[in-house]
Design a protein around this ligand. Structure first.
Ligand code: NOJ
Length: 491
């Protein structure tokens, strides 16, 4: 169905500096969750321990409200309700993840857990019956604890083969069910919190060294999975594969060369560390140079940034069928003098001051600020930096601590960001084809526990039934999707 305003714009070849109120026909709406955050059933039907299961069981105080993901939103038992909620909103796709430990309890592809397979088969069948396309993440931070114990997880290159084996098993098992695959979610957080600061599972510290080793293994693991799909499954499955990379937006504080350079540098360390190898084939120049220089000043013989070989560069370059990106918030950036040479540290490698303006809306001091202009700048930066590639936003959404059903702040946030999407498409000519709200239902929000609400649908975590209730944002989004237009701009 072609909307009248769009037809007009095409016929008249109106310049792209013209906005439309309507989302193009190829633009898809979705919502997301992840296994560790919603499934619960942490040791049921053969599933084994993940690094987050162990982290929380051993350090309950590391989670703000001391809640655990043992039951979470209980989606393992209530998946039909989740799909009914997605259907009620009219979503095109539901982004969810497969728990590695539910499919391969040892972590290795030596034994497939049929009960785990049956769960995802039922979930995909339910989606199909309701006309919802599965968008499936293979690894959303929930590494098998066994692989952390025996190999050191993402710090050991062996993990790249183990991940590729797991990916092959999933591609094969679900080849009739899934056409959109996302290999790994937000590697920056996985590598930085998990292995750099140690703030998240598996809680390993080694900033300035481990982030780069982890990044290298993530990129290689992703590329191996991509090639397996390409060579063994693409012809029959005819689907698409990408990796989900995230960043906040970083806006220079002034137009001075130093601030502009600092903002670009922060983007490269946050996004380019993963994006550049996948989209272009190697680490960003600025990271090669900075980490190389600082390493030599530290007296090291080789850079803390492990190089890719020429063969590896060929192997990783172009391992995407579209860009999958998560965006939530913005920051201002000021240049600052390079940090003194001392113990290696990821932030010292970047050397920039970042901050958020106090006027930027936030909810109850939670981690997300409502700056939709940052999304538009980010989408434009992606096009300038990597070229005119199709982009799908795989996460965007707003947190609060009250969990209120009348979540006008979430409506405002999503409306602003969808409006930025329209501007990016029609004014800036960005090839943006999808938007995914985080999250479909309230989840166990990692170190924020269940006290941080982000769902279009509320989950009552005090109720053993984990009752779900649609919020105002769900009702509002239903209308937007039905009209393919933002409420107050429909003509
Ligand atoms: C990104 C992560 O992918 C997701 O797991 C998390 O819940 C959201 N950000 C919100 O913080």
């Amino acid at each position: 169905m072609m909307r009248p305003l769009i037809v007009l714009s095409c016929l008249l070849s109106v310049s792209l500096a013209w906005n439309s109120n309507y989302f193009p026909d190829n633009f898809k709406f979705g919502a997301a969750t992840a296994a560790q955050q919603v499934e619960g059933a942490w040791d049921e039907d053969g599933k084994t321990e993940t690094i987050w299961d162990k982290f929380v069981h051993q350090n309950p105080d590391r989670i703000g409200d001391r809640s655990s993901p043992d039951i979470a939103s209980d989606s393992y038992h209530k998946y039909k309700e989740d799909i009914a909620l997605a259907k009620a909103i009219g979503l095109d796709h539901y982004r969810m993840s497969i728990a590695w430990t539910r499919i391969l309890p040892t972590g290795f592809a030596d034994k497939i857990n049929q009960a785990g397979v049956a769960y995802y088969k039922k979930l995909f069948a339910e989606m199909k019956a309701n006309g919802i396309e599965p968008m499936v993440t293979l690894h959303h931070w929930d590494l098998p604890q066994s692989l952390q114990d025996s190999y050191g997880g993402w710090l050991n290159e062996t993990i790249t083969d183990l991940f590729a084996d797991y990916a092959r098993v999933c591609f094969e098992l679900f080849k009739d069910d899934v056409k959109i695959w996302l290999t790994i979610n937000e590697p920056k957080n996985l590598c930085h919190s998990g292995y750099g600061t140690g703030g998240g599972a598996p809680g390993v510290r080694g900033s300035g060294v481990n982030e780069y080793i982890c990044a290298r293994n993530i990129v290689l693991g992703h590329a191996k999975a991509y090639h397996i799909y390409d060579q063994e499954f693409r012809a029959q499955n005819n689907g698409r594969v990408s990796i989900v990379i995230d960043t906040d937006w970083y806006e220079p504080n002034t137009n001075s060369g130093e601030d502009v350079e600092a903002a670009e540098r922060v983007l490269q360390f946050n996004f380019g560390l993963y994006g550049n190898p996948v989209y272009k084939g190697n680490w960003p120049e600025v990271i090669i140079n900075r980490v190389g220089n600082r390493s030599s000043l530290e007296g090291l013989e080789t850079s803390r940034l492990p190089a890719f070989t020429d063969e590896e560069i060929q192997f990783i370059r172009g391992t995407y069928d579209f860009m999958a990106v998560n965006y939530y918030s913005s920051n201002m950036v000021e240049a600052k003098p390079d940090a003194d040479i001392g113990d290696p540290n990821f932030d010292s490698d970047i050397s920039a001051t970042t901050y958020r303006e106090s006027s930027w809306p936030t909810c109850n001091g939670t981690h997300i600020v409502d700056t939709p202009w940052g999304l538009r700048s980010f989408l434009n930066w992606l096009k300038t930096t990597y070229g005119d590639i199709e982009i799908v936003i795989t996460e965007n959404g707003r947190s609060d601590k009250t969990g209120v059903l009348e979540d006008d702040h979430r409506v405002t946030y999503i409306q602003g960001h969808l409006s930025a999407c329209l501007d990016a498409i029609f004014t800036d000519g960005i090839n943006l084809t999808g938007y995914t709200v985080w999250s479909l239902i309230d989840t166990w929000e990692w170190s924020g526990g269940v006290s941080i609400a982000m769902g279009l649908n509320r989950v009552n975590f005090s109720d053993p039934e984990r009752t779900r209730t649609p919020r105002k944002s769900a009702t509002w989004l239903t209308e937007v999707i039905k009209n393919r237009c933002l409420e107050d701009t429909c003509s």
